[in-house]
Design a protein around this ligand. Structure first.
Ligand code: SF4
Ligand code: SF4
Length: 414
């Protein structure tokens, strides 16, 4: 093997910080090193021309650059190798500027460190193989997981660029958490009104047919690699046909089953057949199979009998599997609430009713469980309310980072 070690003095700046001559001498003695070249500045036109000429003359089969960070000039150096007729991957960079000169004030120590980094780079470049560029056909369709604000925006932007999008949402309707917020920070816009233009864009926007929305769906499996993934999506039955349903709500009015809603802290109640939220789009209800009397072996047909449209209620709906090919996946699954029950002292010491922000949010909503009135768990009007910020955040024991939303979120209650 015939190696060239090329040391860049960074316009003389490195000479003050380390002994370039000693570094060069040490490199010359390392196995397989054929020659060592010191240049004033590799990233200038002059340095580039000099290096191309030297590469032609010396004809090395591996190169180690002792220079600045690969973040700065790795691509520059690769282009020089290509210009000299070499494979651009037969090189390795020892970063003797950011990792040595700039952080090691003691000159002898910096010199020793530079020697070691060059030694390591030589040991590594020995194993480099010439890589060739391949052209691989890729699928341009994209799967976006999560149809909250982030997922909806991503889907729209992708559709604008001409991509086909499969938008996978686990809940019965798109829109995410804001759909249940009565007022949002800072201008107190209603959450579902805020989401309306985005939902409209996805459901009936300028890119018809580009976005396929799959609600009540989860990604079952994904196989493949960047540019070509085979995805399998399981879609739970809705039991209401979105094409036939006119959203009149007659089925909801007659359903005899009332259960706690699984979302938003479980404070809301819903019928076994109900809309996901009052502003849900498309405005089509769904039957929660776990609550429906039919799943319990009873023979209820109240919703079917009340429905004015033939074929809208479909008790024979079944789980569907959708197989799709996509080139990329965008994960926009949103945030999750921190479980305050993990901090027992918060509840035990206060002696007060403690509820999480989403429960409080729903209580303040006009369509919430108390129709906008604030009540304790025992349904009394509280004498005062304390809002605790940063629960679980900025705490090494729970989440060491800041949620970045709770301050603004809580300030709207003022
Ligand atoms: S069939 Fe189920 S969803 Fe329909 S009304 Fe009866 S309990 Fe409600
Ligand atoms: S399923 Fe029938 S009753 Fe229920 S909202 Fe749709 S059209 Fe109305």
């Amino acid at each position: 093997m015939k190696m060239l070690v090329c040391i860049c003095a960074c316009n003389g700046a490195l000479r003050e910080k380390l002994d370039i001559r000693a570094v060069s001498k040490a490199a010359r003695k390392l196995p397989d090193v054929d020659s060592v070249l010191t240049v004033s500045s590799l990233c200038t036109e002059e340095g580039r021309t000099l290096l191309i000429r030297e590469l032609h003359d010396r004809n090395p089969d591996r190169i180690v650059f002792a220079a600045c960070s690969p973040r700065n000039h790795e691509q520059t150096l690769r282009r020089i190798l290509v210009a000299a007729g070499m494979n651009p991957h037969l090189m390795q960079i020892a970063n003797i500027r950011e990792q040595v000169a700039w952080v090691t004030p003691d000159r002898p120590a910096a010199t020793r460190k530079a020697k070691r980094l060059i030694h390591a780079a030589i040991a590594r470049v020995r194993y480099h193989e010439p890589l060739e560029k391949l052209t691989i056909p890729v699928c341009t369709d994209v799967m976006v997981v999560g149809a909250g604000p982030a997922g909806l925006s991503a889907a729209q932007l992708l559709a604008q660029t001409g991509r086909n999008v499969i938008l996978v949402e686990k809940s019965p309707s798109p829109g995410g958490m804001p759909m249940l917020f009565d007022e949002t920070f800072p201008d107190r816009t209603c959450g579902s009104c805020m989401m309306q233009p985005m939902l409209d864009g996805v459901l009936h926007g300028e890119y018809p047919g580009r976005i396929e929305l799959l609600t009540l769906s989860r990604v079952r499996s994904i196989r493949g690699a960047l540019g070509h993934y085979e995805v399998s999506i399981a879609q739970s039955p809705r039991y209401v046909d979105a094409v036939h349903c006119v959203g009149c709500g007659e089925c909801v009015n007659v359903c005899p089953v009332m259960v706690r809603s699984s979302g938003f802290g479980g404070v809301d109640k819903r019928r076994a057949v109900d809309f996901a939220s009052s502003g849900a789009l498309p405005h089509v209800p769904y039957i929660d199979a776990s609550a429906c009397l039919r799943e319990k072996g009873k023979s209820c047909t109240a919703c079917l009998d009340a429905c004015p449209v033939d074929g809208a209620i479909r008790f024979d709906d079944r789980l569907q599997l959708h197989e799709r090919t996509v080139g990329a996946v965008v994960l926009a699954t949103g945030g999750a609430m921190f479980d305050y029950a993990r901090i027992p002292s918060l509840i035990q010491k206060s002696g007060a009713d403690v509820m999480e922000s989403r429960e409080f949010e729903r209580m303040l909503s006009n369509d919430g469980p108390t129709r906008g009135k604030i009540r304790t768990l025992s349904r009394r009007t509280p004498r005062g309310i304390a809002i605790v910020h940063c629960v679980g955040s900025l705490d090494e024991e729970y989440q060491p980072y800041c949620s970045a939303v709770c301050c603004r979120y809580a300030l709207k209650y003022r």
